[in-house]
Design a protein around this ligand. Structure first.
Ligand code: DGY
Length: 323
């Protein structure tokens, strides 16, 4: 057992905590709540490895904390926009993430949001539970058919492709995509995907627009008043990426005024706060950042982070470095 001190900022799946307990000096808090800024400063001074999650905002000021001991931030998650990578590099702190293992779970939730918002399942459930259901009728709660429609994917990385696969093979959807990197013709042929370099054109043609790009200065509020204006009135926005990619106020206005038909969201700019303009809208499905939330996936994410921590302890190359 090594003397390396590993601080979990949140509780991790039991099997992973057990694995780490056998390898290092594991410090965790049974309360399992987001750590305050002060607690994060103390942790950076007291641990060798900060095992962080999306609920820890590790900005440049925090990472330049004096007398820090931390040399590795092992993020439990693939997205790392909550960590100031340049500042970490300057502070000689390595950062790792957990790519690959949450691809399927997140694509499943994107598909669930597409189906929920189009077929109005949230509204239906609320009606039934409130006691307001008067029985079947030919015209009540009519939604939009998903099968055969056009899905516009923004960001054709692993999760974008997994969503395209589900949509094309499961629902016969036509796939358009807009991405920094173009797929090879062979990859495009797998799900009959067409690359649309002009984002406005993709937004104008899609029945569903699903966001799968990372949060970065380049993608900040990619969907805003102007770009939402390209979408058609019957189209829906789906977001399982990061809240920062959407101007939430503009989205709420577009849905409320029926400029677009609705939205299915799993992520928000100021989590756990949700823009109040979205909260009261019936044609918006709101999930609490559940994309990777299957037991199997969260355990795999933990093991992936543990692989990075153990490599650090042994002084070996890190499997998933991001800085
Ligand atoms: C991820 O891995 O990025 C998930 O959204 C959880 O942070």
């Amino acid at each position: 057992m090594s003397n390396v001190v590993v601080r979990l900022t949140r509780r991790w799946p039991e099997a992973v905590e057990e694995r780490l307990r056998g390898q290092c000096q594991l410090v965790l808090d049974d309360a399992d709540r987001p750590m305050s800024r002060g607690e994060l400063v103390t942790a950076l001074q007291a641990c060798d490895v900060l095992a962080a999650t999306v609920t820890d905002r590790l900005d440049a000021e925090l990472l330049s904390t004096p007398d820090r001991r931390c040399r590795l931030i092992a993020n439990f998650g693939v997205g790392f926009n909550h960590i100031a990578l340049d500042a970490a590099r300057k502070a000689d702190i390595r950062v790792t993430n957990t790519p690959g293992v949450l691809t399927d779970a997140t694509a499943d939730i994107a598909m669930a949001l597409i189906l929920s918002v189009a077929r109005r399942t949230g509204e239906g459930e609320r009606l039934l539970r409130s006691g307001g259901w008067a029985g079947w009728s030919p015209t009540s709660l009519l939604g939009t058919q998903v099968s055969g429609k056009t899905l516009g994917i923004v960001g054709m990385g692993r999760i974008g492709q997994a969503t395209a696969r589900r949509a094309a093979f499961g629902f016969g959807m036509k796939i358009l995509y807009h991405s920094r990197t173009r797929l090879s013709p062979v990859e495009e042929a797998v799900f009959g995907a067409t690359c649309v370099p002009d984002l406005g054109k993709l937004l104008a043609e899609a029945d569903f627009v699903s966001l799968h790009c990372p949060a970065s200065p380049a993608t900040r509020q990619l969907l805003n008043r102007e770009t939402l204006g390209y979408m058609r009135p019957h189209a829906f926005v789906i977001n399982t990426a990061r809240g920062d990619v959407i101007d939430e106020e503009a989205l709420a206005d577009a849905v409320r005024s029926r400029r677009i038909a609705g939205a299915g969201l799993d992520v928000y700019e100021l989590e756990p706060s949700v823009h109040p303009g979205l909260m009261g809208l019936e044609n918006v499905v709101l999930l609490p950042h559940q994309g990777s939330g299957s037991r199997e996936t969260r355990e795999a994410m933990g093991h992936c982070a543990a692989d990075n921590i153990e490599a650090f302890i042994r002084g070996e190359p890190l499997p998933n470095p991001v800085n």
